[in-house]
Design a protein around this ligand. Structure first.
Ligand SMILES: [Zn+2]
Ligand SMILES: [Zn+2]
Length: 266
């Protein structure tokens, strides 16, 4: 399996995941032209994309869904309860499949399980994606969780099986509180159904490095106003520092908003 975040943040999200001959995208908050350009740069033929998954109805994840699906000629997978809210973003594209949290489905060599998260959307999901390892000698699991206010205990337990995790590290709490947002927006971001702080992401990643299988963590959905990659990485490293040897083998990266991240092979 390999993956790359083509764009990440409130200005637009899209992730690529591939294994064997199966290639999929998760979220469509950037233009189809930009997605095609990034796929070609990765050496992935746009017409090889088998599916587009949408995590929730917020525009930074869904606004380009219909146009992108039409450009790639692939089905769009959406949450059954989010579907009515996505009709406009889907622009009449007819090939829609609905999913429910907790009910896994297969796309080629990949098995996808939508997992419900705490976020202020109607049916917000992260995804656990399982598929063959890049070396071909086993199966690996990737978690994609970019908009969530809380990593609650049941979610953390589900993430213990992940070899790699893309996790939101949205804001530094100090920067958020002293920053330009209105009081109402600050409260929305900080709430348990808002966005994950660096500290909360760091705590989850340290727990997974200590007790789980985690070998790769990519920090995502960083706020432009209320965070910096340096602060987000430092928060995680500070938590990992206190760990015995299990934390040392963790590969840590972050996803930019305006260009693709590195391509990671699992
Ligand atoms: Zn978002
Ligand atoms: Zn959202």
């Amino acid at each position: 399996m390999r993956f790359c975040l083509l764009a990440s943040g409130s200005s637009g999200n899209c992730a690529y995941v591939g294994a064997g001959s199966t290639h999929i995208l998760v979220d469509a908050g950037i233009s189809a032209a930009r997605v095609v350009r990034e796929l070609e740069a990765l050496g992935v033929r746009p017409d090889a994309i088998r599916a587009l998954l949408i995590s929730h109805e917020h525009g930074d994840h869904s606004s380009g869904a219909g146009a992108l699906a039409a450009r790639l000629n692939c089905p769009v997978y959406v949450g059954a309860r989010a579907y009515p809210l996505l009709r406009r973003a889907l622009g009449g594209w007819p090939h829609i499949k609905t999913f429910r949290a907790g009910e896994p489905f297969a796309i080629g060599d990949l098995v996808v399980e939508p997992v419900r998260v705490f976020h202020d959307a109607v049916d917000p999901c992260g995804f656990l994606i399982e598929g063959p390892s890049h070396s071909g000698d086993g199966r690996v699991s990737l978690g994609l969780f970019t908009d969530l206010g809380t990593v609650h205990r049941p979610l953390l337990e589900r993430l213990m099986g992940c070899d790699a995790l893309v996790l939101e590290a949205n804001h530094d709490v100090e920067m958020l509180l002293s920053g330009p947002y209105s009081w109402e927006l600050k409260q929305r971001v900080r709430s348990p159904v808002g966005h994950l702080s660096n500290e909360a992401a760091a705590e989850a990643i340290a727990a997974l490095a200590r007790h789980g299988r985690l070998k790769v963590a990519v920090l995502a959905h960083l706020s432009e106003e209320n965070n910096t990659p340096e602060l987000a990485l430092a928060a995680v490293r500070a938590r990992l520092d206190g760990l015995p040897s299990s934390g040392e083998g963790l590969r840590l990266g972050w996803a930019p908003r305006d260009r693709r991240s590195e391509l990671i092979e699992l």
